[in-house]
Ligand binder design. Sequence first.
Ligand code: SF4
Length: 291
Amino acid sequence: MANIQQRLPENVPGDFFVDATCIDCDTCSQLAPGIFRDHGEQCSVYHQPESEADTRLAMMALVACPTGSIGANEKHDARIGIDAFPSLIADNVYFCGFTSESSFGGWSYLIVRPESEGGNLLIDSPRFATQLVKRIERLGGVSQMLLTHRDDIADHELFRKKFGCKRVMHADDGAARLGVEQVIEGESAIQLDNDVVAIPTPGHTRGHTVFLYRERFLFTGDHLAWSPTRQTLTAFRSVAWYSWARQTESMASLAQYDFEWVLPGHGSLHHDTKQNMRYHLQSCIAWMKTR
Ligand code: SF4
């Protein structure tokens, strides 16, 4: 729970606030950009909610925050935020909210599919919060967890125990040590089922892997995201822990795939036409070569 005594001075006066425990994961500023902003090393409220819709977004941010750093002076029904997750993005793809501090607030996603299509997929791991787990259970549970890389796996083991799901992860990010059931090896893409392709993308980490669903949704972990300031696709040089050169090569190899959505673990998500995404990906590759 956020502590009013630790309210950051950057917050504007009013109901909602961020306290000093904020780790600057940017979940709130991405989820509710009209209310929260990154003022430097942390986030704060720059515009208090003025409508029911705004209040709902602020409550969703409060629930999604990995460190419980968002608070409110007035009493609000917590279910406004809790019941909003998983939150529909498009088609059958949802954002899970309930981010985890151990993943530095990394975003995870749920694909809801009938058993005949292989059942539900959880891409990276949210916090194992009872309210979220019950809602996922009502949506059909989890058949498989697709883990993009070692940093964003959070409570994967608890989800596996709860739902008996198979996990998929690359060997070079320690999959065997984690007891992962399907270990990907090498750098060739693997068709996991009719709709899902695992594409190894070494760079951020050695075993980083992105997952492409129905040639529409690309779950990019920490490999690729949208830059709101540059208005194009981008990658993060400062966290290319394995190799920026390898990440640039991995990015170039993605050019052979079509997608309309980029859904990252960190950074902004984006939707556009396949043609525009191809253009933005080429810009990103050219930009990476100059860094
Ligand atoms: S979601 Fe929480 S930890 Fe992340 S930036 Fe916002 S207040 Fe800080």
